[in-house]
Design a protein around this ligand. Structure first.
Ligand code: MTE
Ligand code: HPA
Ligand code: MOS
Length: 773
């Protein structure tokens, strides 16, 4: 089934927050934010701003009736800064005016005086100064200490991956409207309607029942709207509460880039040891996560880094420690992969490092060490349903890795200034929220008396096609034309207490709740038909709108049966509930069974590098992916392509740059480059692995949202290999993104800088933050 939004999107008819027709009297809010990354607010003078014609009110922390607190996991983040500011771009006030232009003008007239404090932008520096968001955590398996002694080869190094701007097409925003009796409806561009509702209630000092949050769809989220859609929605709601008028807050692109957090940069140490036959015997790593100025989702992101620190490999002795480091950057947040990609980049760097030293190819090391059924993950879960070996052989038979290698070797030996490189990138990604209570969902289904159907779930459509999947489920169970099923907006009054649409679990959780509700309704209808025919309900089938009795078509159809059921006063509405069974995780022991299942895949990336200019093209990315039994190939293939390109962007060109004062220099689309059509690999081939699928996945169709992003990591290593083909002395910096500048330095420079300490800031992306280029 085609994505139900395709037509609306290409014709521009799809509705986003800023497209909602405004009510008369709507006011516009613009956020006044801190110009400085760390300091104490000495004075603020709003007089001139307030004097501007059309300015209605400036809301500050003093106007908040409830708590001035928006921290979700840890209460460490004010909605509006009260005394101190901790990052440039931190909201201080909301300027409300008759138009957004007036509010923008007024913002320029605010006088603020901040006494500056020391700014920390680097995670390692923060850790040294004991600036941590929460205590470090360690996952371990076996005993690395004794394992090192038995290793034939041991390698140590560092790896760094930079942040990433979400750059959803629809910027953050919300529109709040007053209802009767102090109730407020918020239309928000959020992945987490309940998070908005809960936090708004706390700040506004009202019950959650007074706040209704509605989401039709959002123009991309990628994790950036799991938690960070909340402040703007609350600001709009506060304005509405105080003024009893509708208030809209839509961030401009530049405000959005400056004020919101991004993917966490990580700087990491690794140590890896091998036996003589190249089995990984031991792996140790320390991750320094750059969390920014407040916790936001950093604890959960850091945990997922630990969960995915060994990627697709079995390692008997592991010790991974992670620090969440508090810096003066905007609080970093969820981003597709949720810390997993950062963890995987480190082990892939360690393997590439070892392969070079051992003069073997990286894919040899990868293949030898692939995870198998029955192996234990460092967090205690026993791997099952592992498809990696099968995927690897599928890659070999479909795409002939040896032939690719030979062809590239041949090309490189006959071309001086153009070189090719390739890499393999296996992915193993755990599906479930790692916080157990979040793994639940509900769905509300109405069958109307004419036989048409209305469905509400907690799922937010953000481009990933979940609404299409929900319609497929209902129409499949009822055997009804999808056109007769309507998916309602996601609304906290219809489906309450929802988890955010995240963790790639939205279709599984909400789909299973929906399945449950639909099955109950179907049973009721069948019972009614069975009564009518005087037979058992087991003998009733409903197919394509026709009721069958013992396999024979009757003259009873769906519409008539629905009406008949209604006339018998039987309920045609059902609420389904699903909670993922059998998952658990004990944070004290750091052991458990956190994931319902894993998604597996492998990408083969080929690149051609112009060694004079440092420019390149990805010739092909060939992917063998474990969809289980995909319920919607066109949606799922789209997720693979989009995720891959987003991952390539993170690894190659997207370069977040904060200066030492904590100011975002890559603050617009002229200084922050994301992949465009020219950066897309010339060929992307997706080969679905033939498997039975997994019962825990909706219709055995595995989650697909995040895993493909990590295929993009292959881009980094294919480029490295191409650089090395030109400059055999090149030694890796394992410092993503591998920008054109770094490629040129790799081609013509001495290679690896001596160390990654603070004298060498130019080369480290987390340290880039402190660079003085
Ligand atoms: N695809 C599109 N088009 N837009 C998005 O914002 N977000 C990604 C992924 N794919 C995203 C997307 C992220 S971060 C997640 S967690 C999943 O979709 C969420 O949706 P799912 O749970 O339905 O896969
Ligand atoms: N993934 C995405 N979002 C989350 C998670 C997770 O594992 N846990 C809490 N929020
Ligand atoms: Mo996705 S990072 O879990 O929103």
């Amino acid at each position: 089934m085609k994505n139900i939004d395709s037509k609306g999107h290409v014709t521009g008819k799809s509705i986003y927050v800023d497209d909602i027709p405004t009510i008369k009297g709507t006011l516009y809010g613009v956020v006044f934010d801190s110009p400085i990354a760390h300091g104490c607010i000495e004075s603020i003078d709003y007089t001139k701003a307030l004097d501007l014609h059309g300015v209605i009110k400036i809301i500050t922390h003093e106007d908040i009736p409830g708590e001035n607190q928006i921290g979700g996991i840890i209460p460490d983040e004010e909605l509006f800064a009260s005394t101190d500011v901790y990052f440039a771009g931190q909201p201080i006030a909301l300027i409300i005016a008759e138009s957004d232009q007036i509010a923008f003008e007024a913002r320029k007239l605010v006088d603020i005086n901040i006494s500056e404090k020391e700014v920390i932008v680097d995670s390692r520096e923060a850790q040294k100064k004991d600036q941590l968001i929460f205590p470090p955590r360690t996952f371990s398996l076996g005993d690395t200490e004794s394992a090192w002694k038995k290793c034939a080869h041991v390698f140590k190094g560092q790896a760094h991956s930079n942040g990433q701007e979400h750059l959803y097409i629809e910027t953050q925003g919300a529109y709040a409207v007053p209802l009767e009796n102090g109730h407020i409806r918020i239309s928000s561009s959020t992945q987490g309607p309940t998070a908005v509702q809960r936090t708004a209630a706390k700040v506004l000092n009202v019950g959650m029942h007074k706040i209704e949050v509605d989401v039709v769809r959002i123009g991309g989220g990628f994790g950036g709207k799991e938690d960070q859609a909340t402040p703007w929605a609350i600001m709009a709601a506060l304005g509405t509460q105080i003024l009893n008028q509708p208030v809209k807050v839509i961030l401009s692109r530049l405000d959005d880039m400056r004020m919101t957090g991004k993917r966490h940069p990580y700087s990491s140490d690794y140590k890896v040891g091998f036996s003589d036959d190249l089995k990984i015997m031991a792996y140790e790593t320390t991750f320094f996560q750059n969390a920014g100025a407040a916790a936001d989702l950093s604890p959960a992101v850091m945990e997922r880094t630990l969960f995915h620190g060994t990627n697709s490999y079995f390692i008997p002795n592991v010790k991974m420690t992670a620090y969440s480091c508090k810096t003066n950057l905007p609080p970093n947040t969820a981003f597709r992969g949720f810390g997993g990609p950062q963890g995987m980049f480190v082990i892939e760097s360690a393997l590439a490092h070892a392969a070079k030293e051992l003069s073997v190819s990286t894919h040899q090391l990868q293949k030898i060490n692939l995870l198998k059924n029955g192996d234990k993950f460092p967090y205690g879960q026993i791997a099952d349903g592992v498809e990696l070996t099968k995927i690897w052989s599928e890659m070999e038979s479909k795409f002939d890795i040896e032939a690719v290698q030979n062809r590239i070797h041949e090309f490189n030996s006959t071309n001086a200034d153009v070189k090719k490189g390739f890499s393999l990138m296996p992915v193993t990604f755990g599906i479930s929220f790692t916080k157990k209570p979040m793994n639940q969902a509900r769905a509300l289904v109405h069958i109307y008396t004419d036989g048409s159907v209305g469905v509400s779930t907690g799922a937010v459509e953000m481009g990933q096609g979940v609404n299409t999947k929900m319609i497929q489920i209902a129409s499949q169970i009822f055997s009804l034309d999808p056109k007769r099923v309507k998916l309602e907006s996601t609304n906290t009054t219809r489906v309450a207490n929802t988890s955010p649409s995240a963790a790639s679990s939205t279709a599984d959780l909400n789909g299973k709740a929906l399945q449950q509700a639909c099955n109950v309704l179907l049973e009721r209808l069948k019972n009614c038909a069975a009564d009518h025919f005087g037979i058992s309900s087991q003998d009733i089938d409903i197919k394509s709108g026709i009721v069958y009795s013992k396999g024979v078509a009757t003259d009873l159809n769906w519409d008539k049966l629905v009406l008949m059921t209604f006339l018998k006063r039987i309920c045609l509405t059902e609420n389904g509930h699903y909670a993922t069974p059998r998952i658990n995780f004990d944070m004290k022991k750091e052991k458990g069974n956190p994931f319902a299942y894993h998604v597996f895949g492998l990408a083969l990336t080929e690149v051609t590098l112009d060694c004079i200019r440092g420019t390149y093209n990805f010739d092909a990315v060939r992917i063998v992916h474990d969809f289980g039994n995909t319920m919607n190939p066109s949606v799922d293939f789209g997720q693979i392509e989009g995720g891959l390109v987003q991952g390539i962007g993170w690894m190659t060109m997207e370069e977040i740059f904060y200066n030492q004062d904590g100011q975002l220099m890559s603050n617009s689309l002229s200084t922050y480059k994301i992949p465009d059509i020219y950066s897309v690999p010339k060929e992307v081939v997706i080969e679905p692995l033939k498997t039975k699928g997994n019962e825990m996945a909706i219709l055995k169709s595995k989650a697909v949202g995040e895993p493909p992003l990590m295929y993009g990591i292959g881009a980094y290593f294919s480029l490295e290999n191409a650089v090395r083909a030109f400059n055999p002395n090149f030694s890796s910096t394992f410092d993503a993104p591998f920008t054109h500048e770094k490629i040129l330095m790799g081609l013509f420079g001495a290679g690896r800088p001596e160390s990654h300490d603070s004298n060498n800031v130019l080369w480290s992306s987390d340290r880039m933050v402190g660079a003085t280029i």
